[in-house]
Design a protein around this ligand. Structure first.
Ligand code: COA
Ligand code: AMP
Length: 629
């Protein structure tokens, strides 16, 4: 543990020296003088007074250093049959022109741009073009529906929205413009313009006066130069699910983000310039932001943008085909994707004949990595499998085995150790550290390292309330777990109402809001129940208004369709039961955790605060019923 221990100790005893050194991997306009401004706790700012441009660091500097012909981006799209690549020089030119197009539409430094697109290169071009101008992008995952999109538009208040005309899912085209129209009809904020990238699979009809096609937007646009911004200026906002229906706008700054991601590529992912890095995720999630777009490009590596699924596009060998065809060195995906492959191809037959000799490491994150999946992937691929734990808020791993520092033994079920920079604690309800082997709430001592959220967009008060008030001086991760005697961390699951469905973070509160909006529904609850493939799946329970006599099957169909349209298909809500009553405490709080425990097959004694135990007894058989699973 020598090298890791040394790096970790330095990061906590001399954080400013540690991150000053890491900052030399970034090109600055004004290099950092002061490293950390911690004068106004609980808020902290990294590299105050320094200036840089993130797009310059991701593209231009590699071209200027003579690597313009190196492949920056491979777009591999089995769902459309397209395979293209961009060199650093080519991508830089496209980004500069699209930045010029955005500027012509009025986008300037600090303006927000919402991006609602698919897994296509133009999404990355739009993100990097915003970074070039010092504008703030907010990418909305293509699997989200109108209500989620509208909430993000109203919070971010974009000057321009960039959308694709459609997404392409396995065997299905998803038109985006009807969702954009519905979102803008519902939103109180309206952008000045929408730029629509027309895909030939489903070109959309443009709204006169509001929409301009991507082709028209770039026609005759002059390339824009990189605008220097403060290290502490926002680069992007990424909305994530909290416990309520209102998503949280996680802010990422420019300087700390660039330093942390570049450092993480070297020290955690052991990936350098010229290596091929493939994060099989989606640009709409944090893994996509950090490890499809920014980190590989900041490093001068080649990134793979894969528009497909682990299975069904066309088969369970798709990942192995991509990894061998593009000579991928480092791969990153979610455990659920590996479980999907294992289910269809348990013997790994689709791997036979594939040359995966370039592959050095497989990183898995997004949900708990169960020991069976860990073992299966390691046995099949014969490369180290590295579990890493983090969240949208931090933007890069909190716990992992840092492969670029030292090859430490891993343990199944554990994402290993705190990454340098993170002071991870497991505490009890009073905030005291619990002994090794005991479960508690996982918190991070402030200040957080560079790259983590400095606040929530426009809402310092909610930032403090949500994350910093439960244990003053610490950041609440929302996850529970423990350390073992050897210092390995085990992350067992959320302690709040956030659920994780196929590696997608979703709010049960948001789904409850949709169900409660139905005229027949008096009250409702949504819980996440264990699922062998997706990790968790939501289940809904509704109590009807008195006097309403709805057909339960018909109502279930309506409610499922409503959630699909408003939140998006990715919510994967398939089952909603009509029940007589919901179990509550005497103060009226619905006993969601008890319901979840019963549904997962645990011994779950009713809490002493329960109002009417008979309600829970009546619900038990429904909770245990496996219909639809
Ligand atoms: N745009 C539109 N619709 C989308 C979408 C997108 N970007 N992404 C998903 N959807 C839709 C799917 O088509 C599916 O629709 P359906 O109900 O009509 O079938 C629904 O949302 C649920 O999608 P998903 O959760 O992806 O489930 P699936 O059954 O299609 O596939 C897996 C299951 C495990 C193969 C898939 O979830 C997967 O690849 N997961 C990896 C997760 C991941 O990369 N997470 C990111 C964090 S690292
Ligand atoms: P997201 O913000 O979408 O990245 O989701 C973050 C949440 O996913 C975390 O708070 C955890 O609950 C869960 N998660 C992510 N990675 C892991 C992991 N390696 N082990 C356990 N849980 C994880």
């Amino acid at each position: 543990m020598g090298e890791y221990r040394r790096a970790y100790e330095r990061s906590v005893t001399d954080p400013e020296g540690f991150w000053r050194d890491a900052a030399t991997m970034i090109d600055w306009v004004t290099p950092p003088g002061r490293i950390l401004d911690d004068d106004n706790p609980p808020f902290a700012r990294w590299f105050p007074g320094a200036t840089l441009n993130t797009c310059y660091n991701a593209l231009d500097r590699h071209v200027e250093a003579g690597y313009g012909a190196r492949v920056a981006l491979v777009h591999d799209s089995p769902v459309t049959g397209v395979l293209t690549s961009y060199t650093y020089g080519g991508l830089c030119d496209e980004v500069a022109v699209f930045a010029g197009a955005l500027r012509r539409l009025g986008v300037a430094q600090g303006d927000r741009v919402v991006i609602y697109m698919a897994m296509i290169p133009e999404t990355m071009v739009a993100m990097l073009a915003c970074a070039r101008l010092g504008a703030v992008h907010s990418v909305v995952f293509g699997g989200f529906g109108a209500k989620e999109l509208a909430a993000r538009i109203d919070d971010a208040r974009p000057k321009v929205i960039v959308a694709a005309s459609c997404g392409v899912e396995a065997g299905r085209v998803v038109p985006y413009l009807p969702m954009l129209d519905a979102a803008l009809d519902a939103a109180s904020h309206q952008p000045a313009k929408c730029v629509i990238f027309q895909r030939h699979q489903h070109p959309g009809s443009l709204r006169h006066g509001r929409d301009v096609s991507w082709a028209e937007a770039v026609d005759g646009a002059s390339p824009a130069e990189c605008v220097p911004v403060e290290a502490t200026d926002p680069l992007y906002i990424l909305y994530t699910s909290g416990t309520t229906g209102k998503p949280k706008g996680v802010v990422r700054d420019n300087g700390g983000h660039a330093v942390a991601l570049r450092w993480s590529m070297k020290s955690i992912f052991d990936t350098g310039p010229g290596d091929v890095f493939w994060a099989a995720s989606d640009v709409g999630w944090v893994v996509g932001h950090s490890y499809i777009v920014y980190a590989p490009l900041l490093t001068g590596a080649t990134t793979v943008l894969y528009e497909g699924k682990p299975v069904g596009t066309p088969d369970a060998g798709a990942f192995w085909r991509v990894a061998s065809q593009h000579k991928v060195n480092t791969m990153f995906t979610a455990p659920t994707a590996i479980r999907a492959i294992k289910k269809e191809d348990p013997e790994g037959a689709t791997l036979r004949g594939r040359d995966l000799s370039s592959l050095r490491l497989l990183f898995l994150a997004g949900e708990r990595l169960d020991p069976q999946t860990y073992a299966w992937a390691g046995d099949l691929l014969r490369v180290p499998v590295i579990d890493n734990w983090w969240q949208t808020e931090t933007g890069w791993p909190i716990a992992a085995s840092p492969r670029g520092i030292e090859e430490l033994p891993t343990k199944p079920g554990s994402p290993s150790f705190p990454v340098p920079g993170y002071r991870v604690r497991v505490v009890d309800a009073t905030g005291a550290d619990v002994p090794a082997g005991e479960d508690g709430s996982i918190v991070l001592r402030l200040p957080l390292p560079p790259g983590c959220l400095p606040t929530l967009w426009g809402d310092d008060e909610r930032y403090v309330r949500s994350y910093l008030s439960a244990y003053p001086g610490n950041y609440l991760t929302g996850d529970g777990g423990r350390f073992d005697e050897d210092g390995y961390l085990y992350v067992m699951g959320r302690t709040d109402d956030v659920i994780n469905v196929a590696g997608h973070r979703l709010s049960t509160g948001a789904m409850e809001e949709v169900l409660a909006g139905h005229p027949a529904v008096a009250e409702c609850a949504v819980i996440g129940v264990a699922d062998p493939l997706k990790g968790q799946l939501p289940r809904g329970f509704v109590v009807l208004k008195s006097g309403v006599d709805a057909d339960p099957i018909g109502l279930e169909e309506e409610l499922v369709a409503l959630v699909r349209a408003q939140i998006g298909p990715v919510a994967s809500l398939r089952r909603v039961d009509v029940v007589a009553a919901l179990p509550k405490t005497r103060s009226g709080k619905i006993l969601r955790r008890t319901m979840r425990g019963i549904a997962d097959g645990n011994e779950e004694p009713p809490p002493s605060t329960i109002d009417d135990p008979a309600v829970l007894d009546n619900l038990r058989p429904i909770l245990l019923d496996q219909r639809g699973r």
